[in-house]
Design a protein around this ligand. Structure first.
Ligand SMILES: Cc1ncc(COP(=O)(O)O)c(C=O)c1O
Length: 480
């Protein structure tokens, strides 16, 4: 809930009580330096006990409600025919108005099943923007991804409220050029993760749906952050302010042939599922579940998480819950703008995104500015962000670097996890780093995995720049 204070500031006020907490420690600077070196300058490889504020991701890190926690206690661990799964089906029916639910252990497991059924070698998948795991599964099946994000989506600074929109003219042209029989499906990601959690509009979704269906193509929505996208439609798109979040979600989902989601985000649990009203599609995918995931009434998930997801589905459509991340991100982004730090605008749905090309203009993209920034920010603040740039791309089949459209350091804001003073702290330390940005140089590989290299790869600094950064921190009494 956003409120305006007497001094004119608009701030997010949390509509929950904090009852369970996990202590965190702010390590001394020398220990932070050792930790990032041991992690190969890759924030994925830091240990949780080394981290003060964990802004790596909003995936599986959102605070659960007391109702979710209590639902977990009544979970029914039957291998087949679990009551917990029936409760999930009921929640899907009530919230999504969809009849068929295929459980899978998380979002990428859904992508694995979908691409196995629909993507044949030589096919293309058209999407507003790719996500790392989605692309890996498509490519693994011999397919190719075509991104048709509207040109404004690649602009880090914009006031366009729907930078996740698809370019409709190009969509028509690409379908005509490739031929509908070569296109596995059209995919809309709500909200587009890699370009800053940017939503698409209902108007754009309906137009995409019309074009896809006119060409007999399936429309798939990645619903991992569906309630955030619906929140942005309600608060940013003309004609939707009076509609409820469930009404908006149902209107969105009516456009799709099937949807899938990581249950780790909007539903604030840990799991995944594919949902559809199309019986034929359901029966095409279902036989793969026992092969890859588990029986069709748990799909690799713990039944505790199924219960939490069922409750999470119902809770995520509360306006205050749907907006709880987005409003904090809005506050964080505006704070950084006031401090002069270059960030992606407008604020999106899963975190605050820092533009590393503008932050570190002295680095080329093959020196991995977003990765260097994330490592430097950890050294400065003990906060863990995530690289979303060229490191998060894999090399092409000839070993050539594919540079990313953007170099972003993502500071995820999991729902209901951070207080405003923690956000203020992160913003302050990032502003300090911006003033000392010339101390930060590039990274180079030590160990580079061939696929999804950003998860496990190890790097080092090109010239030991972390030493001068550490000295600068030590010489500023406010920073220790
Ligand atoms: C848009 C989107 N799709 C799919 C996934 C993959 O989901 P999971 O991490 O549950 O495998 C993610 C994860 O962050 C995501 O953001």
């Amino acid at each position: 809930m956003e409120v305006q204070l007497a001094d004119g500031r608009i701030i997010p006020v949390e509509s929950h009580r904090i009852k369970i907490v996990q202590p965190t420690k702010f390590l001394p600077i020398d220990e932070r330096l050792t930790a990032i070196r041991n992690a190969g300058f890759n924030t994925f490889l830091l240990q949780n006990h080394d981290i003060f504020l964990d802004m790596l991701t909003d995936s599986g890190t959102n605070a659960m409600s007391d109702t979710q926690q209590s639902a977990m206690l009544r979970s029914d661990d039957a291998y087949a025919g679990s009551e917990s799964f029936i409760r999930l089906q009921e929640a899907v029916k009530d919230i999504f108005r969809m009849d068929y639910v295929i459980p899978a252990h998380q979002g990428r497991a859904c992508e694995h099943l979908l691409t196995k059924v629909f993507v044949k070698p030589g096919d293309v998948v058209i999407t507003n923007y790719h996500f790392t795991t989605t692309k890996a599964h498509i490519v693994n099946n011999g397919g190719q991804v075509i991104e048709l994000i509207y040109k404004e989506g690649r602009n880090t600074n914009s006031d366009n409220p729907f930078k996740g929109n698809m370019d409709l003219e190009t969509l028509e042209r690409v379908i005509a050029e490739k031929g509908a029989d070569k296109i596995s499906f059209v995919r809309m990601e709500a909200t587009t993760n890699l370009i800053g959690g940017q939503p698409f509009s209902m108007e754009n979704l309906k137009a995409v749906s019309e074009i896809a269906h006119k060409n007999h193509l399936l429309l798939v929505i990645d619903c991992s952050l569906i309630s955030e996208n619906a929140f942005f439609i309600k608060t940013r798109e003309a004609g939707f302010s009076e509609k409820s979040i469930p009404e908006i979600i149902q209107e969105m989902l009516q456009q799709a042939d099937l949807i899938y989601m990581s249950g780790r985000k909007s539903t604030m649990a840990r799991g995944g599922m594919i949902c559809t009203n199309n019986e034929k599609i359901y029966h095409e995918i279902l036989p793969l579940v026992p092969v890859f995931e588990g029986f069709i009434t748990y799909g690799g998930m713990s039944t505790k998480e199924i219960e939490a997801m069922a409750v999470g589905l119902r809770e995520m459509v509360d306006f205050n819950v749907a907006g709880s991340g987005a409003e904090m991100i809005n506050f964080f982004t505006n704070r950084l703008i006031n401090l002069g730090v270059p960030v992606v605008t407008p604020p999106g749905g899963l975190g605050c995104h820092v533009d590393a090309i503008k932050f570190l203009p002295h680095l080329s993209q093959t020196e991995y500015p977003a990765g260097a920034l994330a490592a430097a920010f950890y050294i400065v603040s003990g906060c863990r962000g995530m690289e979303r740039g060229t490191l998060s791309m894999d090399r092409d089949e000839n070993g050539k670097e594919e540079v990313s459209d953007m170099e972003l350091m993502r500071l995820a804001v999991p729902r209901r996890s951070f207080t405003m003073s923690q956000i203020e702290f992160a913003a302050d330390r990032l502003a300090w780093l911006y003033q000392h940005r010339n101390l930060v140089h590039g990274l180079k590989w030590i160990e580079e995995p061939p696929v999804l290299r950003f998860f496990l790869g190890k790097l080092t600094s090109v010239d030991g720049w972390e030493n001068s950064l550490t000295e600068a921190i030590k010489s500023d009494s406010r920073m220790n």
